[in-house]
Write a new protein. Structure first.
Lengths: 315, 280
């Protein structure tokens, strides 16, 4: 089995004098989840559309597993599932029929087709609506069916364009769980999103785009560290009970801690320096305090600050 | 990191994918309101013809089997074929852009030409269902008045009608691939087939006194002409005082060639346009 890869080589898309994408060069390889961030109109969807053969680049190449999408789309997308924007589905087909069509097109063997469809439907929690006509589904339900269609052949690569768009909070959480499930199965996922908390929670790496140009591509940690003042990092800790002022003092005195921000009585944002070693030390210290630590993760506000700084600098 | 737990799966050949797309697209068509509307129009036309012929017993219809088929068939079949083409082909491709259904299909490992051909095949079969209904009512009426003595010319006319349907769908799919709005592509093809082409044909042959060999509607006249005995002469000149009028009738082979050429050229261009068109 090949190492999954997505590659953009000098990818450019211009509409008359306006360039939606300018010389994007990016190579993603191996099993990981890469978040694709950028303001509206940055060129994220344009890049994903070129990668899935929905539009042609003005210049450059889009390669999936080393195969040029423009030259041989069928081979390039053979191991790739995609959800771009919110597609409409043929209105008179039932959910099951629409997914059977995709399964047939993608070569799921007839003996396994029904199971594959049922599994995809169950992953997106649409069992109740399996026989409903697609034309009668709400936007959120349709997005779930679209996600099921992308999942149906268990592809090696997933290209997702704001997959939780149009979903209610529960649906968003379910999408996050689906993507996390894909990560556990060692897939390569390239996902655009405006939800920085979602990207922080799911993604290993982040690519930031603005005005059609790639501003940064790195791991979440390196990116947030590199762009934070004095290599400071932020983490968020959640507790099962209110934090006492003594506990706060104790945490604040830990080596490497630069500052504390109690955003809620049970949620604390710590800024610190010293990289992973310091993070490990601080986590151990808080856990040892017995103050009801229930979660400790990179703060989405760190990514937000990095993102805003990068996007502001590019303007 | 190499990925090991992905099922090895061969993507089906394009012919198999075409069949799949045609199957589900046809299901979508046969459940659509437009299919039932067109079927209703066809049944209304058939019902009116049945009632009028039964009540008034016009001599043109009932003089001979060939006269019957010529009058009945010649009166309505081209309209039914054109309406089928417009209903099923008018927005078949433009709808993929306008309704965003293309985003559901095109991101899969399937060539756009396969999607185009699959949708065309579905539109053709759905149109054949409507056309078949009209044919069945025609033959049933013919059998009622003349028994099962169906003239061989009707068989030829039937075959030419199917060819005309093929070429109409070729043209409507071509226009459908040009426009991104379904309603515009439907409107353009309707105006083209119902007004623009017949008007151009009339102007070219009557005023310019030229053979309209380049018009599909001219080629399609073989559908009605083959039911005339004898088959009309290619060029007919009528002298009225000092003015000479010339009318043209496409010979059968020319008619077949015109319709086939329209289909081949439009299908090729339509596929190329759809293949190169951006979903943006």
């Amino acid at each position: 089995m090949v190492n999954p890869s997505i590659e953009a080589v000098d990818l450019t898309k211009c509409y008359n004098s306006f360039c939606a994408l300018s010389d994007l060069s990016l190579r993603l390889e191996g099993a990981k989840c890469v978040g694709f961030l950028g303001p509206n109109g940055a060129g994220k969807t344009t890049a994903l559309k070129i990668l899935t053969g929905l539009i042609r680049p003005t210049k450059g190449k889009a390669l999936i597993n080393g195969i040029d999408v423009q030259e041989d789309k069928k081979a390039a997308l053979s191991t790739c599932g995609a959800l771009i924007e919110t597609p409409e589905i043929y209105p008179a087909l039932s959910v099951k029929e629409a997914l059977m069509m995709v399964a047939e097109i993608r070569g799921v063997p007839s003996a396994a087709r029904k199971d594959a469809v049922m599994k995809a439907i169950s992953e997106v929690k649409m069992e109740e609506w399996i026989d409903m006509k697609c034309g009668k589904l709400s936007k959120g339900m349709r997005q779930r069916v679209n996600l099921a269609a992308a999942l149906i052949s268990d592809p090696m690569i997933m290209l997702l364009d704001e997959p939780s768009s149009g979903l209610d909070p529960r649906g968003m959480a379910e999408v996050r769980e689906i993507v996390k499930g894909l990560k556990k199965k060692d897939r390569l996922i390239f996902m655009s999103s405006h939800l920085l908390s979602e990207v922080t929670e799911i993604c290993d790496e982040v690519a930031i785009l603005d005005h059609g140009r790639l501003l940064a591509y790195d791991t979440l940690e390196r990116l947030t560290s590199a762009l934070s003042v004095g290599n400071a990092r932020e983490c968020e800790a959640s507790f099962s009970r209110d934090l006492s002022s003594d506990a706060l003092k104790e945490i604040g005195s830990t080596e490497g801690v630069l500052g504390l921000k109690l955003v809620e009585p049970r949620r604390l944002i710590l800024s610190f320096e010293g990289g992973n070693e310091a993070q490990e030390r601080i986590l151990a210290k808080i856990a040892g305090l017995g103050v009801g630590l229930i979660a400790f993760k990179s703060s989405s506000s760190a990514l937000e600050e990095t993102y805003l700084r990068l996007v502001k600098d590019s303007r | 990191m190499r990925i090991e737990n992905v099922p090895e799966r061969a993507i089906p050949r394009s012919a198999s994918q075409l069949k799949t797309i045609a199957k589900y697209e046809l299901t979508n068509y046969l459940r659509s309101r437009r299919f039932y509307v067109l079927l209703a129009i066809t049944l209304i036309i058939s019902g009116l013809l049945t009632a009028v012929v039964a009540y008034y017993r016009p001599s043109g219809f009932l003089s001979s089997p060939l006269g019957f088929y010529s009058s009945w068939w010649g009166l309505a079949v081209t309209y039914i074929l054109i309406l089928s083409g417009i209903f099923f082909g008018g927005d078949a491709i433009s709808g993929e852009f306008q309704n965003k259904t293309g985003y559901f299909l095109v991101v899969n490992p399937v060539k756009r030409s396969t999607i185009y051909a699959g949708k065309w095949a579905a539109a053709f079969i759905a149109s054949l269902a409507v056309f078949g209904t009209f044919t069945a009512v025609t033959v049933a009426n013919g059998a009622y008045y003349f028994g099962l003595d169906v003239p061989y010319q009707f068989g030829l006319s039937l075959a030419f009608s199917v060819l005309y349907l093929i070429s109409i769908l070729g043209v409507t799919f071509f226009f459908s691939s040009i426009f991104k709005s379904g309603s515009i592509s439907i409107l353009v093809t309707a105006i083209l087939f119902l007004f623009a082409l017949p008007l151009t044909q009339s102007l070219v042959s009557n005023l310019a006194q030229m053979e309209p060999w380049f018009l599909i509607t001219y080629g399609a006249e073989i559908i009605g002409n083959v039911l005339k005995d004898p088959y009309p002469a290619h060029i007919v000149t009528v002298q009225l005082g000092r003015v000479t009028f010339t009318t043209y009738n496409a010979p059968i082979l020319n008619g077949i060639a015109i319709m086939a050429a329209y289909f081949l050229v439009c299908a090729a261009l339509g596929m190329i346009i759809f293949d190169r068109r951006d979903f943006s």
